[in-house]
Ligand binder design. Structure first.
Ligand SMILES: [Fe+2]
Length: 397
């Protein structure tokens, strides 16, 4: 087991009905907040009104900022910084899915940041110095989609619209002060978004499970629990969108997948690096980019670490090893997972997402430029070459 440091100061207020505590919690942070949410927000205007009313009841003024899109852009964050300065807010509320919360983080850091916002994003290739943020306005998050875990981590993802580079920024200053996690808020999610969220949650642990460090017994058991939760409760919310109990299970799983507990000492997310190129180039949902990459990745690369795929089949998918060779067991686990994704309605091929197979070489070239190391390999165990990444995507046509 590797040495590691673990730090996570986020207060999580979790459970159906807990949105009622928004005003009390907001009043502990500040007096005036920028509410960062979506440009297209009609579908949850009632929730925005409720948050404003709860905050107002506790003496907190809220300035709505309706500029964020899926796959948020650095220009949107810059506008948010200007809004903070114009209105003199002293904290930020991120309301929505990962896009809204990540944009909220970029804005919170941007207010205190000296330089172009794009400079704080890692893996840039514009020649300017990378300068991580070290100070940010305090934040409250109110997630409406279980997926990214942004409500309990210090990381964000943002895209440069000029270069279509999508990458990460992070710093302990980006931990929210508090997150109000009310699973009832997720009951109105369309099935497709729910399924994309579950695929994203699974990817956050699967990538460590099959490509993470050695000697991580407890981490792997937590990761198995997260994936089992998605397999068990994902179909339930597709059957009954109002199943708050199932919504609660999925939401806590999404948080546990990405709050650092299941992967201390290990930061590789190799499949995300390919997925980010797909979502940045073709504006598909983040979870959909991963549902395309994951099964193909597993089919192409399982031979390099079959023991991880064996326990995936037995412990996560519940497949009996009896009468099966190792490869048959591995293949059965991958097939089970692929069927789970297909049944939940997310794409598992490039063609389903309208991505031409002819673009594969360009997609991988982007990933190499943005995310591969100086050795032109993608960091994980074992490292993945550009040629292998091409084979993965060709397996996903
Ligand atoms: Fe993700």
């Amino acid at each position: 087991m590797n040495n590691f440091e673990f730090y996570n100061p986020v207060k999580v207020v979790f459970g159906p009905g807990e949105i009622a505590k928004t005003g009390d919690e907001a009043a502990k942070i500040g007096k005036k907040a920028l509410l960062v949410t979506y440009k297209e927000h009609d579908f949850f205007q009632a929730l925005i009104d409720l948050v404003c009313s709860l905050c107002g009841g506790s003496g907190v003024e809220v300035v709505p900022f309706y500029e964020i899109t899926a796959n948020p852009l650095i220009g949107q964050a810059q506008k948010g910084v200007e809004a903070c300065n114009e209105h003199g807010v002293d904290f930020i509320i991120g309301l929505g899915g990962g896009s809204a919360m990540d944009a909220a983080k970029a804005i919170a850091a941007g207010v205190k940041y000296d330089g172009s916002l794009w400079q704080m994003v890692a893996s840039r290739h514009d020649g300017s110095e990378i300068k991580f943020p070290h100070e940010a306005l305090p934040m409250m998050m109110i997630p409406t989609l279980p997926a990214t875990g942004s409500e309990m981590n210090c990381c964000g993802v943002i895209t440069n619209e000029a270069t279509t580079e999508k990458s990460y920024f992070w710093d302990p200053c980006l931990y929210p002060v508090v997150s109000i996690v009310d699973p009832e808020l997720t009951c109105s999610l369309p099935g497709y978004q729910s399924a994309c969220g579950a695929a994203d949650t699974i990817s956050h642990v699967l990538e460590f499970y099959i490509n993470g460090l050695e000697d991580t017994f407890l981490n792997n058991r937590i990761q198995e629990g997260v994936m089992q939760t998605c397999f068990e409760y994902g179909p339930k919310v597709l059957e009954d969108a109002e199943d708050v109990s199932a919504r609660s299970q999925l939401q806590w799983a999404s948080i546990m997948a990405q709050n650092g507990i299941s992967q201390p000492g290990n930061g590789w997310t190799p499949m995300h690096q390919i997925g980010h190129v797909l979502s940045a180039r073709y504006n598909i949902a983040h979870g959909a980019s991963l549902s395309i990459v994951m099964p193909a990745w597993m089919k192409v690369l399982n031979h390099k670490r079959p023991e991880r795929y064996e326990t995936f089949a037995t412990n996560v998918c519940g497949i009996s090893p009896e009468g099966k060779t190792q490869q048959e067991l591995v293949d059965a686990g991958i097939a089970y997972f692929e069927n789970f994704l297909r049944d939940s309605g997310v794409p598992t091929t490039l063609s389903e997402a309208g991505i031409p197979a002819a673009d594969i070489e360009d997609i991988v070239a982007d990933a190499v430029r943005i995310s591969f190391g100086p050795d032109k390999m993608l960091s994980c165990v074992p490292p993945v070459s550009p040629e292998e990444a091409v084979t993965v995507l060709k397996t996903a046509v």
